[in-house]
Design a protein around this ligand. Structure first.
Ligand code: PEP
Ligand code: MG
Length: 565
């Protein structure tokens, strides 16, 4: 038995078999060919690429695949259609007299080397795409095809070096027990999705891949942050008991599905869900959420080569809005940048991406793209109840610009004779210190505020939300964070508007009572946490908690606050 420490990003215990998701490995012969064989190798190349492109086309047309996956496949097709690729392979075969396999292997090894060494997060992500394409093509040529998730079953715990958002969407439909990565962080979007799926997940399990074999018995202890490889019988028994208890708790929570989220002292708290990809709507409906408090729309702009059209966006929003009706769907406009990478939105290399062109700044620098999104939202609002929300607002100026753009979009839709509904609540995310400080001014311009604690904590405490090595500084209960929430709530209430918290702090049960005592009106949480948080709300006596609040607000350190909580 071996035990490796990691950081839990999604709680719970998983027991299963390790399924290592590795780089695809194929044995490639380095064989030189004769001049007389060149023509044959070149024709083979043409045929094999044609075969794989056809294969990709078929998969792209398979609508049982999610849109994200089909976009990834489209990008793989582009790699094979790149004239540079064709030119280089022809040279490697004709001039260097490499056999076809060797030529393809050389091309992709060179490309992967280049992308692995660039200091640009988006380009370094391209490595996965190149690896996938190389494997698809070479395995076809060699006749050794194996789907990466082929033998994944409901017993599997996936182990990998890191997990990209696009891979998470692939895994989403699979029935697995848990996930473990050697790298990654709590606030990465893959971790957020794991929480939404209620899958135990650990990140930062350094050395795990070197210590584990495919198919080995495995336990993920997402409560204490351990992976246990080949557990002894007694350890396994202990965890089986914990697992059983957790399943019973989960089952018990199901009885809350139809209960209202009202505190002991009678305050009704609106409890909504955050979604990251459209497939999560099933969880939202299953747990009877009273709407979507944060619909992140980044998935439309990452891991793809082309921009989503207004029509594509309209259909996606319409679909979600119709399913949630009459409950609201709060659509947050594009929030790429920082950790959320997009190659289609013109973000050049930035030394400080989290302080760079992200959130609303991107939209205001790409007005035509922003207008497409706004128009799609205005049109989809005919079919249900949309609230629109803007990320990374630093002050009133951006809101005034945004409102002007909405007016222009409305006029353009009228002129084009397209039906829409501009009657929707407009909100700002409060996640930058300047927005907290001017929240009274921002509140005057909005119908609601929503506190994004993930970023708020990052910016207030100047601590990168994705940097595991300084995660001890990332303190949700730091007095500055608590005071910021209080100031925002007080200012919003003075102006008669409501405040939601949609950052992960709302999904952590230990903070729920504090948030409610601070006056927060609504919580939006990972769908997988909805019932757990509902239980906290039902068990909360706000009046009693408010008596504690004075003490909490006078605490000097987060340790003191944590003790009081
Ligand atoms: C937040 O910052 O708290 C938030 C909800 O937005 P995101 O995590 O998408 O940045
Ligand atoms: Mg944010």
């Amino acid at each position: 038995m071996k035990k490796i420490k990691g950081n839990s990003v999604s709680i719970g215990v998983a027991i299963g078999k390790a399924k290592i998701i590795n780089k695809h490995e194929l044995y490639i012969k380095n064989k030189k060919i004769l001049k007389s064989e060149i023509k044959f190798e070149l024709s083979r190349f043409k045929e094999d690429v044609k075969f794989v492109i056809n294969e990709l086309d078929k998969l792209i047309q398979d609508y049982t695949y999610s849109k994200e996956n089909r976009d990834i496949l489209e990008s793989h097709k582009l790699i094979l259609q790149d004239p540079e690729f064709n030119k280089r392979i022809s040279i490697l075969i004709s001039e260097d007299q490499n056999c076809l396999e060797q030529a393809i292997n050389t091309y992709f090894t060179e490309a992967i080397d280049i992308f692995s060494n660039v200091n640009n997060k988006y380009l370094s992500h391209k490595v996965n795409d190149f690896e996938d394409v190389a494997y698809r093509l070479l395995s076809h040529i060699k006749g050794e095809r194996k789907d990466i998730l082929e033998d994944v079953d409901e017993n599997s715990i996936l182990i990998m070096e890191n997990i990209s958002p696009s891979f998470v969407t692939t895994v989403f439909d699979k029935n697995i027990q848990g996930l473990c990565t050697e790298r990654g962080s709590r606030n990465s979007h893959s971790s957020i999705i794991a929480r939404s799926m209620n899958l135990p997940m650990l990140v930062n399990t350094m050395g795990l891949l070197g210590n584990i074999k495919d198919g080995e018995d495995l336990i993920i202890d997402g409560n204490d942050g351990y992976v246990i490889i080949s557990p002894t019988k007694s350890v396994l028994k202990k965890y089986e008991a914990i697992c059983k208890k957790e399943k019973n708790i989960q089952k018990g929570l199901l009885s809350l599905i139809d209960k209202e989220s009202i505190t002991k002292d009678g305050k009704k708290i609106k409890l909504m869900s955050n979604i990251e990809i459209p497939q999560e709507i099933d969880q939202v409906l299953k747990y009877n959420s009273t709407g979507i408090g944060l619909f992140r729309t980044e998935f439309l702009f990452i891991d793809r080569e082309d921009l989503p059209t207004e029509e594509e966006q309209y259909k996606i929003y319409k679909d979600i809005v119709e399913q949630c009706k009459p409950n609201p769907v709060t659509i947050r406009t594009i929030d790429v940048g920082g950790d959320k990478l997009s190659n289609i939105l013109n973000i050049t290399y930035e030394q400080n991406p989290n302080l760079g062109c992200r959130g609303i700044r991107i939209s205001l620098q790409n007005i035509p793209i922003f207008k497409q999104q706004i128009k799609a939202i205005l049109r989809a609002n005919i079919h249900g109840n949309i609230k629109i929300m803007f990320p990374m607002i630093s002050g009133v100026e951006e809101l005034l610009k945004v409102k002007e753009i909405i007016k222009i979009c409305s006029k353009e839709l009228i002129n084009a004779g397209i039906t829409f509904n501009a009657d929707m609540e407009l909100g700002a995310m409060i996640e930058i210190p300047s927005a907290v400080i001017t929240s009274d001014l921002i509140a005057e311009e909005c119908d609601f505020l929503s506190i994004g604690t993930n970023d708020l904590i990052q910016y207030i405490l100047a601590v990168d939300r994705d940097n595991q090595s300084i995660s001890d500084y990332y303190k949700p209960t730091h007095p500055s964070v608590i005071r910021s929430i209080k100031l925002t709530v007080d200012n919003a209430h003075k102006h008669g508007i409501k405040v939601a918290v949609c950052g992960e702090m709302a999904s952590e049960k230990e903070y729920v009572k504090l948030l409610l005592a601070l006056g927060v009106d609504e919580l939006s949480v990972s769908p997988g946490r909805l019932l757990l948080i509902k239980k906290e709300i039902i068990n909360c006596d706000i009046a009693k908690m408010k008596l504690k609040l004075e003490k909490i607000l006078s605490c000097k350190t987060s340790t003191d606050v944590d003790k009081l909580l």
